[in-house]
Design a binder for this molecule. Structure first.
Ligand SMILES: [Cu+2]
Length: 65
């Protein structure tokens, strides 16, 4: 993760290839709940879940140890 903006709420993620969806890139994703960003810092490595509906959103974030 590169940066975050708690007001949006969204998270900018430098992600790897997501099969069938998009290649590796750095991009901003809206999140379903700003509280998901609590405890996540810039440059943390994360696992995340995307809901790909009318709007693509991150529904879960888990910090990697
Ligand atoms: Cu992307």
């Amino acid at each position: 993760m590169k940066s975050l903006n708690p007001k949006a709420p969204a998270i900018e993620i430098d992600h790897g290839d997501i099969e069938g969806l998009m290649p590796a890139m750095q991009m901003e994703f809206p999140v379903t709940d700003a509280s998901m960003l609590n405890g996540i810092a810039v440059n943390d490595r994360i696992d995340f879940t995307i809901e790909n509906g009318t709007e693509m959103k991150v529904t879960a974030i888990k910090k990697k140890e």
